[in-house]
Design a protein around this ligand. Structure first.
Ligand SMILES: NC(=O)C1=CN([C@@H]2O[C@H](COP(=O)(O)OP(=O)(O)OC[C@H]3O[C@@H](n4cnc5c(N)ncnc54)[C@H](O)[C@@H]3O)[C@@H](O)[C@H]2O)C=CC1
Ligand SMILES: O=C(CO)COP(=O)(O)O
Length: 367
């Protein structure tokens, strides 16, 4: 592709991932490439980490029904989205890769891809999390870029997969330093109902999505503590917010947002503080996740059911993965190596509740 302007290149897309968000994005991208076939190859490969589904291979069922019956049931993915269990085959011939797997699996997945990706391939990470190793912290665009030797942008925003899959209106942010490449990604993802803004702040876009997951856990704990009576009366719903407690939620979001910003500026100098307030990847994603995401839902159940996060993830998410609790652990260990846990009381509190048995109702003594 060298020498050719990005706008004139025809991109062939492959997704590395096929979970709840992966499938919703595969559907959206699948529709767009059909409509924009001058710019994109019309087949979209989707790598599936293979598993059995009711006695059959999940990939076979997806390709038969054009539906990810496990991770996005009831949604037509389109006949040009092709599930592929072999990672190397899934990315073969693609020159644009969308990375969308739970963050704990990216290292292993990159390991399998090393040496298999052509120079000049474009990447974008939709993963919400951070990579912490040997006292160092990185965003996943950097990890992918370094491991695979390709440029990698980021996409993050207030995007609940099931809502995007129903074409509800929402916004997102692409972080990409090369404006021509950013425009091409925008052309791939944007629809009338899925608005895509572009920012050069790849780090801010990535950290907004990663860090808000920890805050969403705290928000869920708050809701869980106030749900006691409703739960007993059988009125508990995924999104039941007690109107009398909205101030508590707002307090968690405000405190959380400040920690997110402080953390980003301290450890990723050059992050643009405006990203957190102006972009969907910042405050909008924080609000959405604190009101309605999986992290919030499971954290509320942690209080009401008294089970571990690990057990609740298995029980409530049917194979989908929580990112916030794992991220809280990674942040805690990173901060510990620098003696900075006390500067981030909310992040630290979430870690202590999840892993050290600290009681959620002591939150106000900690933050
Ligand atoms: N679901 C959502 O609403 C949104 C999710 N995200 C982010 O996108 C990323 C991916 O999330 P989802 O697509 O929702 O995934 P998910 O939470 O549905 O996770 C299930 C996926 O993980 C795969 N998996 C399980 N074990 C694996 C392994 N060992 N190696 C590789 N893959 C394995 C499963 O096959 C399945 O495809 C996460 O970082 C998440 O925070 C971002 C925006 C919205
Ligand atoms: O990132 C998300 C919404 O933007 C989804 O958050 P959860 O993983 O908590 O569902």
């Amino acid at each position: 592709m060298s020498g050719q302007k990005v706008a004139d290149q025809k991109w062939k897309i492959a997704l590395v991932g096929s979970g709840n968000w992966g499938s919703a994005i595969a559907r959206l991208v699948g529709k767009n490439v059909k409509e924009r076939s001058d710019h994109f190859d019309t087949e979209v490969k989707m790598w599936c980490y293979e598993e059995d589904f009711e006695g059959r291979k999940l990939t076979e069922v997806i390709n038969d029904k054009h539906e990810n019956v496990k991770y996005l049931p009831g949604v037509d993915l389109g006949d040009n989205v092709v599930a592929e269990p072999d990672l190397a085959k899934a990315v073969e011939g693609a020159n644009a890769l969308i990375f969308v797997i739970p963050h704990q699996f990216i290292a292993k997945t990159c390991e399998q891809l090393e040496g298999k990706i052509a120079k000049g391939t474009h990447g974008i990470s939709l993963i919400k999390g951070v990579d912490v190793k040997d006292g160092q912290i990185h965003i996943f665009s950097e990890v992918i870029s370094e491991r695979l030797g390709i440029e990698c942008a980021a996409l993050s925003g207030a995007n609940i997969a099931n809502e995007v899959a129903q074409d509800s209106f929402s916004e997102t942010t692409i972080g990409c330093r090369d404006i021509d490449v950013a425009k091409k990604w925008q052309q791939l993802f944007e629809t009338e109902k899925f608005r895509v803004a572009v920012s050069e702040d790849v780090v801010g876009v990535s950290l907004g999505g990663a860090l808000k997951n920890v805050v969403a856990v705290a928000a869920g704990l708050i809701d869980g503590m106030k749900w006691g009576n409703n739960a007993k009366q059988g009125k508990l719903t995924d999104r039941s917010l007690d109107p009398a407690r909205l101030g508590s939620q707002a307090a968690i979001m405000r405190i959380g947002l400040l920690e997110m910003k402080r953390f980003s500026l301290e450890f990723f100098p050059g992050t643009q503080p405006d990203t957190f307030v102006q972009e969907s990847a910042g405050v909008a994603d924080l609000i959405t996740s604190c009101l309605g995401g999986r992290n919030h839902k499971v954290a509320a159940a942690f209080v009401t059911k008294g089970k571990s996060f690990e057990d609740l993830e298995k029980e409530m998410l049917n194979g989908q993965k929580l990112q916030g609790v794992e991220t809280a652990k990674e942040l805690y260990h990173f901060l510990e190596t620098r003696g900075r846990q006390d500067a981030y009381p909310l992040f630290t509190f979430v870690y202590r509740v999840a892993y050290e048995g600290v009681k959620p109702d002591t939150i106000t003594a900690h933050i």
